[in-house]
Design a binder for this molecule. Structure first.
Ligand code: 28F
Length: 646
């Protein structure tokens, strides 16, 4: 078997540049993770980001208006833009076409010389050559200079020189198309591209590059395609973030500013009535999750301008302390997008922007344009300031409450009056039943096994923490009682090792009100003591739904299925009396103990939150007014735990 023929090329060019190409491709194949992060799904998607980013660069340069991405049945991908087309001329230095140099030399096609910005891909512009090296095959079609030029590669090696395939037809525009098949020998985990991942990223790119149209067609699924184009750019991005919320003021604030020497800044923002702040920052289209210079500039300007305006208009009294950044950012949806020639990315995941010079530009331009906006729109400005004042007042009130709590039972660890504590001091053996209502609380106190079961009856509605900021939450008496009974602090100060009970059991009626209270307690715990849930300490008691009396015997059943099964087993045929338990209060202490509290017979549902993110979304959705999703959540996230103590 002869040695593999070296890729044919004219003798003179089989020189340094060819060696460089071979070494480059080898380096990439040896350690792909160095270039695309991993060879798992994220690395697989990076291949697409790299190629699409080159089309976006062409859009940034002002020559491309539409990008079409197609995922084919075989999981190969085609990306096509209507830009100028990669240059096809021979480069003396390499004896090859510019296009081939770009496709085979690491980091080739770097900055566009001089003007314009280069969007560096997720791993900062490793370039198309890496994609080429990690593709089983890659085909390029360039429309330029009146012709279609084509070239095919296999694992980065050209199968021939760039060839002039045909003349361009009348009206056929210029542009670049690259089709590639990720190499199955590299991407061993999966070759399956995720439509959702692709469409989410392309939607973000369309927001960040106003007017650019990005279409995604998935040939693996009939008719699955999306197209994103936002003439409003990041203004539309902010409007999209606020779609499911109600804005505090009508107009999305926006400005764009370019400083030749430093770069380009765009800011869009609009406050909503929520309590979360959603501020997204980008540099050259890279999501700078870790923030950096542009974010610091923005925050400095926001704080300064809002406070100055509030004082100037007498909305903030002389003696009142400044509004803090958190006060001002409560409910703020904002997108900061900067573009600069030589971005420096720092931080753990290289998503923190260095470039200190951009801080000044963002700060001065935000100061100027935000002040103008507030002056021009006094009604909207007032609404914005009032939102921040509200947050400040709640913060100050809570600080007082927190101090009270700190001075109060948390510190001197006196427990809430309503708590009927257990005698055991060993958390591993101790259980806290949080019971809805005094009557149920009463029978629970009588029915319990007092050496290891504590009872905390809660009166009335728990505050809906989803709709109130932390400050208001802490001033709710019921919430305070739970915090001090559990005894492990709250929020940042929470320490699950301090928990006085290793089982916190929520016992509420099986009706809608009961499930409402239960969800509110779960929401409070999830938002303020997530580690308690993650430690598996949180349970839901399962009171019986029915009591069957047949002959002299009582049977307690917990759901409709069991009811049928028991009636059939007893072949009761009609001479059994079935009672429906309306609420815990209907049960005498002994029944409550027997059916719901005795570790030998009871059924507890252990609340497990599979993933915080999922729960986060669910809790947000749960606290809406639809009860259905709430029930589904409990079912989905609570595991049946029989006789856990056994
Ligand atoms: C499907 C992926 O890669 N599109 C591209 C261009 C256009 C030019 C270019 C690319 C100049 C010096 C780097 C054309 N005419 N889509 C793409 N479109 N690269 S990649 O030039 C290469 C740069 O080195 C282009 C005039 N200037 C630039």
């Amino acid at each position: 078997m002869g040695t593999k023929a070296a890729p044919k090329r004219s003798k003179s060019t089989y020189d340094a540049s060819s060696i460089q190409v071979l070494e480059g491709l080898e380096a990439v194949k040896r350690r792909p993770g160095m270039y695309i992060g991993s060879t798992g799904p994220r690395g697989l998607h990076h291949l697409v980001w790299e190629i699409v980013d080159n089309s976006i660069d062409e859009a940034l340069a002002g020559y491309c208006s539409e990008i079409l991405v197609t995922v084919h049945e075989d999981n190969s991908v085609s990306v096509r833009d209507d830009g100028r087309g990669m240059p096809v001329g021979k480069m003396e230095k390499y004896g090859k076409s510019a296009a081939e140099v770009i496709m085979t030399t690491l980091h080739a096609g770097g900055k566009f010389d001089g003007q314009g910005y280069k969007v560096s891909g997720g791993l900062h512009g490793v370039g198309a050559s890496v994609v080429n090296a990690l593709s089983e095959w890659l085909e390029m079609e360039i429309r330029r200079e009146g012709h279609v030029w084509t070239q095919r590669y296999e694992r980065g090696f050209p199968k021939g020189d760039l060839a002039k395939a045909r003349k361009l037809k009348r009206g056929e525009g210029t542009g670049t198309q690259i089709s590639f098949m990720p190499d199955p020998e590299v991407f061993t985990e999966t070759l399956e591209l995720s439509f959702d991942t692709l469409s989410r990223r392309f939607r973000e790119s369309a927001f960040l590059n106003k007017g650019l149209k990005i279409r995604l067609i998935d040939e693996r699924e009939e008719g699955r395609e999306v197209a994103y184009q936002y003439e409003g750019g990041i203004r539309d991005f902010v409007a999209h973030i606020n779609e499911a919320k109600d804005p505090v003021h009508k107009t999305v604030f926006y400005f764009q500013r370019e400083d030749e020497g430093v770069g380009d800044v765009e800011v869009a923002m609009q406050w909503n009535n929520g309590f979360q702040d959603s501020v997204f920052t980008f540099a050259n289209n890279i999501n700078t999750h870790e923030g950096g210079a542009h974010l610091s500039g923005f925050r400095a300007a926001l704080s300064r301008t809002i406070n100055a305006y509030a004082r100037h208009k007498g909305l903030l009294k002389e003696k009142e302390e400044n509004l803090t950044g958190d006060d001002i950012r409560e409910g703020l949806a904002a997108v900061i997008s900067v573009k600069l020639r030589d971005p420096q990315f720092e931080g753990q995941t290289k998503t923190k922007l260095g470039n200190t010079e951009i801080k000044g530009l963002v700060e001065s331009s935000t100061n100027r344009f935000l002040a103008e906006f507030l002056e021009e729109r006094p009604a909207e400005a007032k609404a914005i300031i009032n939102k921040a004042l509200q947050a400040a007042r709640a913060r100050q009130a809570a600080r007082k409450v927190r101090d009270t709590i700190r001075k109060g039972y948390l510190e001197s660890s006196t427990l809430p009056g309503k708590l009927a504590d257990c005698s055991s001091k060993d958390p591993a053996r101790s259980e806290l039943y949080i019971v809805e209502g005094d009557s149920a609380g009463g029978s629970a106190k009588q029915g319990r096994e007092r050496n290891f079961q504590a009872i905390l009856p809660l009166r009335g509605k728990i505050l809906n923490v989803e709709k109130a900021n932390i400050n208001k939450v802490l001033s709710n008496v019921e919430i305070q009682a739970m915090i001090s009974a559990i005894g492990a602090g709250v929020g940042e100060t929470f320490d699950v090792a301090q928990a006085r009970y290793n089982k916190v059991i929520i016992m509420t009626d099986a009706d809608v009100d009961g499930s409402n209270i239960r969800t509110l307690i779960l929401t409070f715990l999830f938002r303020n003591m997530p580690e308690l849930i993650e430690a598996g300490y949180v349970y839901i008691a399962q009171p019986p739904l029915y009591k069957i009396t047949h002959g002299r015997k009582d049977y307690y059943v917990y759901n409709d299925r069991e009811l049928q099964e028991t009636l059939t087993r007893l072949n009761a045929n009609g001479n059994a009396n079935i009672g429906r338990f309306k609420g815990l209060g209907e049960m005498n202490p002994n029944q409550l103990w027997e059916t719901t509290m005795d570790p030998q017979n009871r059924t507890l549902l252990q609340v497990t939150v599979e993933s915080a993110a999922v729960a986060d979304e669910l809790f947000t959705q749960l606290m809406g007014d639809k009860v259905e999703p709430r029930k589904a959540f409990i079912e989905e996230n609570a595991r049946e735990v029989k006789n856990l103590d056994a």
